[in-house]
Design a protein around this ligand. Structure first.
Ligand code: GP9
Ligand code: MN
Length: 427
């Protein structure tokens, strides 16, 4: 009801971190590229297999002086995997504790999503993905989010050898996306969702000369190969964009959506990380994914703030100088100096700079040691737990109750889903 909406707004207002004046609006008016690195984990950055670098292009990006690189950034997805990541990134709402919010609520609900917000600030918005449009109910959800365009598999020239796994190979996908990107009116917001680095990490001999890892776990060992392929694809995309004159006037946002190697592979994870055994603490830390923002002239560096996917939207809007204090967002600007550094996982576990909580066990985040809590520590941990539980349940209420239909903030117009049609006119 609308009174539920009031409790949500009260919570958000109390917890809102202020923007960092050093960064606010510095990227105003630039094109925005959001590059979704499928199943890509942070440990791959600067990682080597048999002395060979897995991701040379992404590493270079990570260490570039104009890239803000976050090294304590966690994925927060649940069962909705990619779709949960998309929900968090573009709405700053959590996925649900079960299933996928895009699938169940994407068609009907009212949203205050990134594409709608940016559209109202003069942006053209487009999503690109080399799979069928119905996967994760994207075709309907993107209308609710206000995407002007959705380029899915039928927009791309197809050949049998262009596909592997779920859809188009990333190199072919980026190559063909480049020609659409060049035609988009600027400024634009373009999200490109890659696919090749997806379980079961299939890749043909013709597409890789990179060595497998040697954990002996079949589902794990080709992961570095598809990650390497994704890295090469990214390198190619950047060179297309430079050629097309789209590089300098754009802000690039790169993120890994979720883990590639699940918790069922502890012995293999131990081998990859060079550890003798893997604890629940290690598995929680293994949920780190890359988050990088690059733009010409941006003051970059490696940033150690603790955050996650829920925090992306306010961060981007602040960089673009777009007011976002009235729209509903559960995250907080990663560049803010007074943000609460607390990362909620969908199951209620969490990580803060001091504590990593998994089930009922609490670890010291710095050392990984299991803690026997003092009275003082107990109080701190339960305050954090309380915050996590509250934000997850309030976000759930927004989605279950479609609460955003009751709230029209200043400076934001309700999305008109009927305006959008992603069907190709002639087949
Ligand atoms: C398919 C894709 C995969 O279109 O985005 O989603 P995932 O299995 O990673 O959730
Ligand atoms: Mn995914």
């Amino acid at each position: 009801s609308s009174s539920d909406m009031r409790s949500v707004l009260k919570f958000l207002k109390k917890n809102r971190a202020s923007a960092n004046t050093e960064y606010y609006g510095t990227e105003k008016g630039k094109n925005v590229f959001v590059i979704h690195l499928e199943s890509f984990q942070q440990f791959l950055i600067d990682y080597k297999v048999d002395g060979k670098t897995v991701t040379p292009n992404l590493n270079k990006f990570f260490h570039n002086k104009n890239t803000l690189s976050f090294d304590n950034f966690y994925n927060q997805v649940g069962q909705g995997k990619t779709s949960d990541a998309e929900m968090m990134l573009e709405n700053s709402l959590f996925g649900l504790s079960q299933g996928s919010a895009m699938t169940t609520y994407g068609t009907q609900n009212t949203f205050q999503a990134a594409p709608s917000i940016l559209d109202q600030h003069g942006y053209t918005t487009a999503a690109f993905h080399g799979d069928v449009p119905s996967f994760w109910n994207r075709d309907n959800t993107y209308k609710s989010w206000g995407y002007d365009y959705f380029f899915s598999s039928s927009y791309y020239k197809q050949k049998a050898e262009y596909n592997v796994g779920y859809g188009m190979k990333d190199k072919i996908f980026f190559d063909q996306s480049a020609k659409y990107l060049q035609q988009l009116p600027q400024p634009f917001y373009a999200k490109l969702i890659t696919l090749t680095n997806h379980y079961p990490y299939e890749i043909g001999k013709e597409d890789t000369d990179f060595p497998e890892t040697k954990t002996g776990d079949k589902t794990v060992d080709s992961y570095a190969q598809t990650a390497h392929y994704l890295d090469q694809s990214f390198g190619e995309l950047i060179s297309y964009l430079k050629k097309a004159g789209l590089y300098k006037n754009s802000m690039f946002v790169l993120y890994g959506d979720h883990y590639g190697i699940s918790n069922n592979h502890r012995p293999a994870i131990a081998k990859l990380l060079g550890k003798s055994k893997i604890t629940s603490y290690d598995l929680a830390q293994f949920q780190k994914v890359p988050f990088m923002i690059h733009a010409d002239g941006l003051k970059g560096g490696i940033n150690h703030t603790y955050g996650g996917e829920i925090d992306v939207l306010p961060t981007l809007l602040d960089l673009l100088g777009i007011k976002n204090t009235t729209t509903v967002q559960f995250g907080n600007d990663l560049l803010s100096k007074n943000r609460k550094q607390l990362v909620a996982f969908r199951n209620g576990n969490f990580v803060s700079p001091k504590y990593t909580k998994v089930g009922t066990t609490v670890y010291d985040t710095k050392t990984g040691d299991e803690l026997k809590l003092t009275k003082q520590q107990k109080t701190e941990v339960s305050a954090l737990q309380n915050h996590v539980t509250t934000e997850l349940s309030l976000s759930d209420r927004v989605i279950y109750g479609d609460l955003l239909r009751f709230y029209e903030p200043d400076g934001f117009e309700k999305t008109n889903k009927k305006k959008y049609n992603y069907k190709l006119e002639n087949g």
